[in-house]
Design a binder for this molecule. Structure first.
Ligand code: AMP
Length: 217
């Protein structure tokens, strides 16, 4: 039976970074619903057009849309070795929908890995985040600035800021996280799913060193 993991935490907690490292190390598929949506927005697909206004406002995209994305990816060949969900589920109906999908597909949840990060740190991380549209490198103007302001060290392209990393939108995303997403930890506790909490305020390497052993057989 395939075993899947949920990487859980507020926006900017480091789920994408840690999820990518874990996925590579253990040969798992990292499924970031945010990445799937951003790709759809960039390509101008129907999904992208539908999702964009919610994303730019820091609001959640409707559950039915998100569950459709997850269903498609879970049935694909890449999911056969296990999936790390990043940024999903974010609401109770999404968590319930995921439970239904896992039963249908003969899979189970192994654990929820929580990255604990304070709201003040989140605001600094997200408002300082800049990325390279050409090669995907990510910087932070406070913590990891590029050598030349506004330019990618690797390829020289002009760095961009995600539209939802604007100050007002960050505050809204945090509100939504505390109101709708954080309570899911009680849902998983009640369902006796193992929940591991790690301190996400430390360096990438330190957080990874805590997480990686949790995935050993
Ligand atoms: P993320 O990259 O995970 O922070 O997601 C960026 C934005 O995509 C979020 O602020 C939401 O608008 C949307 N989004 C991503 N995942 C979900 C989800 N599971 N449920 C609803 N909206 C989502």
């Amino acid at each position: 039976m395939q075993e899947d993991l949920i990487l859980f935490g507020p926006p900017g907690a480091g789920k994408g970074t840690q999820g990518a490292l874990l996925a590579e190390r253990y040969g798992l598929l990292r499924l970031s619903t945010g990445d799937v949506l951003r790709d759809a927005v960039q390509r101008g697909t129907q999904l992208g057009l539908e999702a964009q206004r919610f994303m730019n406002a820091g609001e959640l995209v409707p559950d039915s849309v998100i569950l459709g994305i997850v269903r498609d990816h879970l049935s694909g060949a890449a999911a056969q070795r296990g999936v790390i969900f990043d940024g999903f589920p974010r609401t109770l109906p999404q968590a319930q929908g995921l439970d239904g999908l896992l039963v249908q597909l003969g899979r189970r949840l192994r654990a929820v890995l929580v990255l604990d990060v304070d709201d003040d740190t989140i605001v600094k991380r997200l408002s300082g985040r800049r990325s390279c549209p050409t090669c995907g490198a990510v910087y932070n103007v406070y913590f990891e600035p590029p050598r030349q302001q506004g330019r990618c060290d690797a390829c020289g392209a002009e760095l961009t800021q995600r539209p939802d990393d604007a100050a007002d939108t960050i505050r809204r995303r945090l509100q939504v996280y505390h109101a709708q997403t954080a309570p899911l930890l009680d849902y998983y506790d009640a369902a006796s799913v193992v929940v591991h909490r790690v301190d996400g305020e430390r360096s990438i390497e330190e957080v990874q060193a805590d997480l990686a052993p949790l995935l050993l057989p």
